[in-house]
Write a protein that binds this ligand. Structure first.
Ligand SMILES: [Zn+2]
Length: 267
């Protein structure tokens, strides 16, 4: 009986899918879960990450990361600006992620490749670019027909209707949410996050040309270190060419941001 109820609820959720247009103009299928449920998934995945990994006690580095996140999120539409939460994890692997519901996670290892605030902004704006381009929504919607999608929707529906032990559901939901939300993006989504992220950083007053330097550093580091971000972000050379081309086109937006007083001084 429970399975039938769940099945019906999932069918009802899945039927809410819609198509929309992404920031770069492609057609997206989204909406298998509501924005509220997606934010809940993001919060669960973030809580799980915080339970697993120690956070930095370095006040200077934490403030530095928050400063960059704040400068970038101030450039988002008003409804996407509020309450971004940042965690700086003690982990030598250069990695970062952002989640629906306004969550950003950064590993301390990122400082080995992001050597100034503009390079750090490149990474953070790219990750926030995935969120504002609704790539998590797109992936959840795509996966509703799969085992993982059913599991996560089941957990969500279960918690929404108070079935079963809340803790067990939330634990399951957290793990499933991590698997679903932190999976690698596809190439189309990667390119889109590059475009959206570089525009965001220019609007925030970070030098969009430094995106090229960030990727050069990432490639240089890949020989000697474990570079998680590089493993989920393929084709660095192709990216560099495109980021370099667009940096010129973004120079006016960058200069206008600086002239308007958007001159972040994060460290
Ligand atoms: Zn990405």
């Amino acid at each position: 009986m429970k399975n039938i109820v769940l099945g019906l609820s999932i069918a009802a959720i899945a039927s809410a899918c819609a198509t929309t247009t992404s920031p770069t103009g492609r057609t997206q299928r989204v909406g298998a879960v509501s924005q509220q449920q997606l934010n809940q998934l993001g919060a669960q995945a973030f809580a799980q990450a915080k339970a697993k990994m120690p956070q930095s006690s370095n006040a200077g580095q934490t403030a530095y990361v928050r400063c960059v996140v704040n400068a970038i999120t101030r450039q988002l539409p008003a409804n996407a600006q509020a309450n971004w939460e940042t965690a700086l994890f003690v982990d030598a692997s250069p990695n970062a992620f952002a989640l629906p519901g306004g969550k950003v996670g950064i590993n301390t290892g990122i400082f080995t490749v992001a050597k100034n605030q503009d390079q750090l902004a490149t990474v953070i704006a790219h990750e926030i670019g995935h969120v504002v381009s609704r790539h998590h929504d797109e992936r959840v919607t795509q996966q509703t027909g799969t085992q993982a999608g059913l599991g996560i929707l089941g957990a969500l529906v279960g918690s929404a209707y108070g079935q079963g032990a809340a803790n067990a559901t939330s634990q399951l939901g957290g793990l499933a949410a991590q698997g679903l939300l932190l999976a690698p993006n596809n190439r189309t989504q990667e390119s889109e996050a590059d475009v959206v992220g570089q525009q965001l950083m220019a609007n925030a007053g970070f030098n969009p040309q430094q995106a090229v330097n960030l990727w050069e550093n990432m490639i240089a580091a890949s020989g000697s270190r474990q570079t998680t971000w590089l493993s989920t972000h393929p084709d660095p050379r192709a990216r560099i060419a495109e980021l370099s081309n667009r940096a010129g086109a973004l120079a006016p937006a960058y200069q206008q941001a600086r002239a308007s007083g958007r001159t972040p001084n994060c460290g």
